[in-house]
Write a new protein. Structure first.
Length: 320
């Protein structure tokens, strides 16, 4: 039995990259092993194929979580770049269970309204459209609290896959240390700014650098026969893929593999560039690894297929 099982909301842009598929599989494995309870998964762009892929993953792996979708304006990045999602939907269309998805921020309001105080971990692994809509939402039939009040009352902390922080850590050598706006931020800059400004709870940022050199998915590709994850990874990357989203969800649920740097304040400018300033009164943090890429890859790859190595090692020690 795992102590301190956590309740999570996961907000994804599955379709822009295949790692979101691996992330949902990983989260479902952690749920199966008692580490978390997935209260909801939301989709944060208007790509219908992407949300249908979430539906397929839920069905194939036996998930029970409700699914929400973003119904706002089209996000700035190219939603028409369908490298694998249309093919995945066509191949697994019989696993699609819904035709009309609830609006994501309303689903989140419902989950938060029903939750205990300070109990929900809110994880975003895509654009922050739904997150911004949630924290800026008004009181309604779901709750007399505003989104800002509801979030402050019910969320314990957030984990955001987004941003780029150059702190002279060895992992920041990518791209010759040249700054650039990270995808999840620059695709919906105003929403990112709004969420980071309005949310009063701790936010842990897993930035671009953390996952760029961690490639996972090998065990699934080698051993699965007909899984949606294998299908997506081979279509998108023809093998293992970078692991930003998996690492964000894994850290948010287990607090393993990384250390937090902070507190401080994350600033997002109008071009999508991110700057972190240390400030003892701030409530933002960013993550840096405490293990090698090889060790991280092994732990994640094993967890994706249900082998929680450190849990097994801990149990062996406790029974001796």
């Amino acid at each position: 039995m795992v102590k301190n099982k956590v309740a999570v909301i996961i907000d994804t842009d599955l379709g822009a990259d295949c790692d979101d598929v691996g992330t949902l599989v990983l989260a479902l494995q952690l749920e199966k092993h008692g580490f978390c309870d997935i209260k909801a998964v939301g989709y944060c762009t208007t790509n219908i194929y992407g949300v249908q892929c979430v539906d397929i993953v839920r069905s194939f792996y036996g998930g029970k979580f409700p699914i929400g979708m973003y119904y706002g304006k089209k996000v700035e990045c190219n939603e028409d770049q369908h490298i694998f999602d249309i093919d995945l939907v066509d191949h697994y269309k019989d696993l699609i269970k819904e035709t009309n998805y609830i609006e994501a921020y309303k689903l989140y309001r419902k989950v938060l309204a029903e939750a205990e105080d300070d109990s929900i971990i809110f994880i975003t692994i895509g654009e922050l459209t739904n997150a911004a809509n949630l924290v800026s939402s008004l009181p309604d039939e779901i709750s007399p609290l505003s989104g800002q009040e509801l979030f402050a009352k019910k969320v314990k902390y957030s984990c955001v896959m987004g941003g780029l922080i150059n702190d002279n850590h060895p992992i920041t050598a990518f791209n010759n240390n040249e700054a650039f706006p990270e995808y999840n931020i620059v695709c919906a800059i105003e929403d990112a700014q709004k969420f980071v400004k309005i949310s009063a709870k701790p936010i842990y940022f897993l930035d671009f650098y953390v996952g760029v050199d961690v490639f996972t998915g090998k065990k699934v590709i080698e051993h699965d026969e007909h899984s949606p994850m294998k299908f997506a990874y081979l279509k998108y990357a023809n093998g293992p893929s970078r692991s930003w989203d998996l690492l964000a969800v894994y850290y948010a649920i287990t607090k393993r593999l990384y250390r937090s740097v902070g507190p401080g304040v994350m600033h997002i400018d109008d071009n999508g560039f991110t700057t972190f300033t240390k400030d003892q009164d701030g409530h933002h943090y960013y993550l840096r690894p405490i293990k090698s890429n090889e060790e991280i890859t092994k732990e994640i790859d094993e967890a994706i297929v249900g082998n929680i190595l450190w849990k097994s090692q801990k149990m062996k020690k406790e029974t001796k």
